[in-house]
Structure formats: structure tokens, C-alpha cells
Write a protein that binds this ligand. Structure first.
Ligand code: DQA
Length: 144
């Protein structure tokens, strides 16, 4: 059976491509999905990419990742990264490895972005490489 990698995206990431392109680049989330699908196919993996502006959806999908089970989760939690104890709890509650991803480097930005609630429970973090952050996370997920 083909292993599936969940790629979960939080608030405002549906606007990629037009949202602050000087920070997040010009690729849309569909562009990123296409790049991930091509790479995943070459590695014999399947991608299930989702986006929601609602914290509870991300939590439900983390639970689903374990139930399925998915091989790993690549998670760009957007601004929930910096605020969500519920996401911290959800990641801690599942055994599925979660790779935290950011397009930008939050540590090079406003101080409120320097705290990640989810880093302590993530398997690892990749940030600062634009859309490439997702592909690097896929490489890491494949090797887990
Ligand atoms: C982000 C960084 C977060 O600080 C921000 O709130 C986002 C996107 C990134 O991918 O660089 O929405 O997660």
C-alpha cells in the first residue's frame, strides 16, 4: 500500500501567490501541491494536501492522520504556530511524526513570531526556503 503524507496548511495560506509575495513568494498553494505531488510520485508516496482557516479543522486532520494512518504530517500552521496550545496538545497526542514547515524564517521577523508553540512537539522544523521548505520536508518525511 502507498504511504500517504498529509500536508496541512493553516490560516491565510489559501492566499499564497498574492499574499505578501515579497515574504511568501509567488507560488500558490496549488503550485506547491503540484510540486509535492510530482516529487512524491517519484518517491512512491501519496500526498494529501489540505488548507483551513479554522484551528479545529487542523486538529481533526491531525487525529485523522493517526487513524488512517498517514506516514507523517507536514504542517504549516500559519499564525496558529505562535498561539495554539490546542495544536501542541494534538501533536503530542498522536504518534504520527509532524514536521513543522514555514515558507519564511519566523526568527528573522517580528518578535511575536519567534515563539513556536508546536516546535517542542514537532519531529523537526524547516523554515525560510519558500516553497522549497515543503519539498525539503517531504524529503525528510520520506526518510522517517
Ligand atoms: C508562516 C509564518 C507565520 O508566522 C505566519 O503567520 C504565516 C506563514 C510561514 O509559512 O512563513 O501565516 O507560517
Amino acid at each position: 500500500m502507498t504511504d500517504t503524507i498529509f500536508v496541512l496548511n493553516g490560516p491565510n495560506l489559501n492566499l499564497l501567490g498574492t499574499r505578501e509575495p515579497e515574504i511568501y513568494g509567488h507560488d500558490t498553494l496549488d503550485d506547491i501541491a503540484g510540486q509535492l505531488e510530482d516529487r512524491a510520485q517519484a518517491m512512491g508516496l501519496a500526498i494529501d494536501l489540505r488548507q483551513s482557516n479554522h484551528e479545529g479543522h487542523l486538529i481533526d486532520w491531525l487525529h485523522e492522520a493517526q487513524a488512517l494512518p498517514a506516514k507523517a504530517v507536514i504542517l504549516n500552521a500559519g499564525a496558529f504556530t505562535h498561539t495554539s496550545i490546542a495544536l501542541y496538545d494534538a501533536i503530542k497526542a498522536i504518534r504520527t511524526p509532524v514536521i513543522e514547515v514555514h515558507l519564511s524564517n519566523p526568527h528573522a521577523r517580528e518578535t511575536f513570531r519567534h515563539i513556536s508553540r508546536i516546535s517542542p512537539v514537532a519531529h523537526g522544523t524547516i523554515s525560510g526556503f519558500g516553497a522549497l521548505s515543503y519539498l525539503l520536508a517531504l524529503e525528510a518525511a520520506a526518510r522517517l
